[in-house]
Design a protein. Structure first.
Length: 250
């Protein structure tokens, strides 16, 4: 996928924000602050969508810090590689912020037609939530917050599962948004990993998205997850941009 300008990167980022919608989303002088009862950093962090000097952001950052702390949440900033100035990371570190989850956003042109796989089926939302929770060993307490995020997705949501002898062994969800599709939470049951099941699942998810009009795909993967990155590169995904979180004290 050719990504020639920062504008294209923002289109991916905007689609990703819509694909994982926060309970509240507030705008502060170019910063977007998201709140969702503390469930996932993606939905409870602030990001700068348009570049600006660190000096222009200080008062806004302090305002956002007060917002999160008033909700009993730690202030979290998600720093995008194409908007965040390098000295902002230094400034936040000096305020005691720690780095977490450096992540690659990878993209793919869907000009190719992917083959379907009889082992992969669409799931209803109940099956998808249960499978995701089981394979990620999520506690039951966070499932209501997970469900609320899914219910806020404005459209295009699909869960997919890979079955072996009627046993669900891998799952993932996609969100089609215009000509973009985002892939999220691709996970394989721990007892079935390293068998190429993720590639089979992603192939079908992309095929369905292509049939629904998507021409480009994106996904997010933690930069230390080398096996997943190698899998996505094999499928043709390439790095579009990066981000990492900076987490402060409550």
């Amino acid at each position: 996928m050719t990504i020639p300008t920062d504008l294209d990167l923002r289109l991916i980022e905007e689609a990703a924000l819509r694909a994982w919608p926060a309970g509240q989303q507030l705008v502060y002088s170019g910063w977007i602050a998201r709140l969702s009862d503390g469930y996932t950093k993606r939905a409870n962090s602030a990001l700068l969508l348009y570049p600006q000097p660190t000096s222009a952001s200080i008062a806004t950052i302090e305002q956002i810090e007060r917002l999160y702390r008033s909700q009993g949440l730690p202030p979290i900033f998600r720093l995008l590689s194409f908007t965040s100035p390098a000295d902002l990371e230094i400034w936040l570190a000096e305020r005691g912020y720690r780095e977490a989850d450096p992540t690659l956003v990878m993209a793919l042109d869907l000009a190719a037609v992917f083959e379907l796989d009889p082992g992969v089926r669409k799931l209803d939302i109940e099956q998808g939530i249960e499978a995701h929770a089981r394979m990620n060993d999520l506690s039951p307490e966070i499932l209501p917050a997970h469900r609320r995020i899914l219910e806020r997705i404005p459209g295009g949501l699909s869960f997919f599962g890979l079955f072996e002898d009627d046993t669900l062994i891998a799952c993932g969800l996609s969100v089609v948004d215009g000509n973009l599709v985002g892939l999220f939470d691709i996970v394989t049951d721990p007892s079935h990993r390293r068998k190429g099941l993720g590639a089979r699942l992603v192939h079908v998810m992309l095929a369905h998205a292509f049939a629904e009009g998507a021409t480009s795909a994106y996904l997010q993967v933690v930069s230390t997850n080398s096996p997943a990155i190698a899998l996505y590169q094999k499928l043709g995904f390439q790095e579009a941009y990066r981000y990492a979180y900076r987490i402060g004290a409550v």
